[in-house]
Design a protein around this ligand. Structure first.
Ligand code: ATP
Ligand code: MG
Length: 475
């Protein structure tokens, strides 16, 4: 049905020839009747931005992934605007605007809404530069990135045909320079220009091709796909902070598991996530990662929040666990060994990406909570359910219990404990004691003096059955 709908929607003339110089290309105008963009999916703020720019005499369009998603009937998660106004001219028109970047100047226009602020990214049409590596160029070439160009040139600089469409909300027309509408109809990811050259200019485009294929279910066109197998190692040249952003987009796309499979298929995962490539070779670790990513995808697809810290904590867990266990074998105390193993696995030299500090903090909280789930004596469990990040740690422990990283019964015990009232909690503690004695695990030293009286704690709030991968954020 969807194919039929798209066929009807996008029926149009032959695909224009891709042209990387782009300067002379004329856009195909696609009317509302053909593109059928639902105006309800538009951001009011993005429309305000294009209107304000047009009123001031400039050209302005919604562009890129937002147009792709609108044509597909998906609500875009962010909106970019392209204009022939320079960044300074844009800034003069919007009170709450900020100039961002040096090498690649854009203007952020901020609107404060009810839920969260919305940032509309406004970029000036850029010229096509024949110099190799305009995106990743060092020193001498840096300033040349801010050479403004024509509308057609701006379209030719974009990566894939489906990302090079421009929507004018006033006339409700789409300008399609590279046959993006046709490629949406045939479900194709096609690079604009010569794919090898364009991957060399910016190796991140390889990862983007895979990401969009996973997100849309489209096929990567053979000429666009072929060079990825040969050029995969160029990914190593990309600054790690930029890689982190793109990988995070893939992991948070709602199609992370499909994306990771596609990366493996293209043999890109070694360069991108070497720790994960190693982990996926071990069946238990692979099962853990698959479980974590599938849960994440489900949560995102139904509009629930997922914390990046939780995701990376899961991806790095198999490596961390291995290192933790081997340090313990050297006689190091459990907690000290865990901290040492954490320091080793979060190091950029180990991950190949630079994980932002705030995410690293979340990861440490989740990991260091794990041994505490084993301590089912006295008031320890009561105290654990009260810690602020309990939900994330609990979700993580459930994942471990489902994949053999801890006793399967531990997950159920904690779910029961969390729901229980005080007498039920006492009973659960008694069963845990018996279970631990049976399995040869000794409860903590009963002769140890307590330093202070434990506070009486109330049972925690209900855990929703879908607590899944709630991670740091609560719904
Ligand atoms: P998403 O929905 O995930 O945000 P997107 O296509 O909007 O996907 P962005 O990173 O937001 O991705 O980029 C916006 C647009 O900028 C793209 O659609 C594309 O036209 C252009 N673009 C982004 N990155 C590149 C790149 N590396 N090379 C060429 N064009 C790019
Ligand atoms: Mg975008």
């Amino acid at each position: 049905m969807i194919t039929k709908f798209l066929d009807r929607l996008l029926r149009r003339g032959p695909r224009p020839k891709s042209d990387q110089s782009g300067a002379t290309l004329v856009a195909h105008k696609v009317s509302k009747k053909s593109h059928q963009i639902n105006p309800a999916l538009l951001s009011k703020n993005a429309v305000k931005v294009t209107h304000t720019l047009q009123q001031a005499g400039y050209k302005a369009y919604i562009v890129g992934g937002a147009v792709r998603d609108l044509v597909l009937g998906i609500a875009p998660k962010d909106f970019d605007v392209a204009t022939n106004a320079t960044p300074e001219q844009v800034q003069k028109l919007f009170r709450r605007s900020r100039l961002i970047g040096r090498r690649f100047q854009i203007v952020h226009v901020t609107y404060f809404g009810k839920d969260r602020p919305e940032i509309i990214e406004v970029s000036t049409f850029r010229a096509v530069l024949e110099s190799v590596g305009e995106h990743i160029a060092e020193s001498g070439r840096i300033l040349r990135d801010n050479v403004w160009g024509t509308h057609a040139e701006d379209a030719a600089r974009r990566d894939f045909t489906i990302n090079a469409m421009y929507y004018d909300p006033s006339s409700e027309t789409v300008l399609d320079y590279h046959g993006g509408m046709g490629d949406i109809r045939s479900k194709t990811i096609r690079m604009i220009g010569n794919p090898t050259k364009r991957y060399r200019e910016d190796p991140v485009r390889m990862l983007r091709a895979i990401r969009f294929a996973a997100k849309t279910g489209f096929q990567i066109e053979p000429k666009t796909l072929a060079p990825i197998h040969e050029l995969g190692q160029l990914i190593h040249d990309v600054p790690s902070a930029r890689l982190f952003d793109e990988i995070l987009k893939l992991l948070m796309s709602g199609h992370a598991w499909a994306g990771i499979q596609a990366l493996r298929h293209a043999n890109l995962h070694h360069g991108l996530l070497p720790f994960m490539a190693r982990a996926l070779e071990d069946p238990q670790a692979a099962q853990f990662i698959e479980e974590a990513l599938r849960n994440t995808d489900e949560r995102i697809q139904v509009g629930k929040s997922v914390s990046p810290g939780f995701l990376f904590a899961a991806l790095l867990w198999p490596d961390l666990e291995k290192q933790w266990q081997s340090l313990r074998k050297t006689g190091m105390p459990a907690l000290a060994a865990l901290h040492a193993a954490i320091d080793a696995v979060v190091a950029p030299s180990h991950t190949g990406i630079s994980i932002q500090r705030r995410h690293e903090g979340d990861m440490r909280d989740i990991w260091t909570m794990q041994p505490r789930f084993e301590k089912r004596v006295g008031r320890y469990p009561d105290r654990l359910v009260e810690v602020p990040r309990f939900r994330a740690g609990y979700d993580f422990m459930l994942l471990r219990s489902q994949t053999g990283y801890c006793k399967p019964s531990l997950g159920q015990w904690w779910t029961d404990f969390y729901h229980a009232d005080l007498p039920q909690r006492e009973a659960l503690l008694a069963t845990a004691k018996l279970e631990d004695i049976d399995s040869g695990q000794t409860p903590s030293n009963p002769n140890r003096k307590r330093r202070r009286r434990p506070k009486k704690t109330k049972p925690g709030p209900e855990i929703q059955p879908d607590s899944g991968l709630n991670g740091a954020k609560q719904n």
